[in-house]
Design a protein around this ligand. Sequence first.
Ligand SMILES: [Zn+2]
Length: 253
Amino acid sequence: MINELNDEQLERYGRHILLDEIGYEGQLTLANKRVAIVGLGGLGSPVALYMASAGIGELTLIDFDSVELSNLQRQLIHNEQRIGVNKAISAKQSISILNQETRVNTITDKLDDSKLEEVIIHHDLILDCTDNFDSRYQLNRLCYQHKTPLVSGAAIRWEGQISTYDFSKKEQPCYQCLFPRKINTPSNESCTQSGVVAPLLGIIGSMQAIEAIKCLLNLPTLNGKLTIIDGLTMQIRQFNLIKDPNCPTCNNK
Ligand SMILES: [Zn+2]
């Protein structure tokens, strides 16, 4: 537990401290928060870098995949020297150069429910930066069960979307309310098969980082809303999410 910011921290985080919504107390709050990032790919790259640079106290990076040449178009936390290295390990190396104060844990296994629950219980917020529906539903279900806020982003081709599910608040819709699980639909369409324009990951990942900071500081978030960005037209649309009374994840009260 950090009780006060030292002179170096006051200088490093000065531009945050100048903001009315963050200030000294907010920055101190961030320094005492623990955040888990699931997926250190295109979204996880900016998310992890901003969480570290913004002064979140402890990060847990989760990815079982290794860096490949085809990742470097958009996964900017990795580089050519790290091809073949586990992505969580590679991301930790980049963070250690950026901000040595950030405590970083790495998990390099694919997590089953009980192991993922263990992670969720010990963190203040989870960032879903995965690229497949199975992981998204799993994170949504377990975060809902433990009332842990979840910031979820996705990007494919030219379109990105983001929402925050603050399960600490009552009667919120969940990810599965928005995307009911249908049988016979391809469950794992990802940018690996469909392509994605590189900077879109930077936009959506950066927005996830802003949402995470606000959620940790109890500032207004996208909770109950979905924002969609079309990179071709640069149109940004926002929708209100509606709780599905038949949702298998969040209706069983
Ligand atoms: Zn639901």
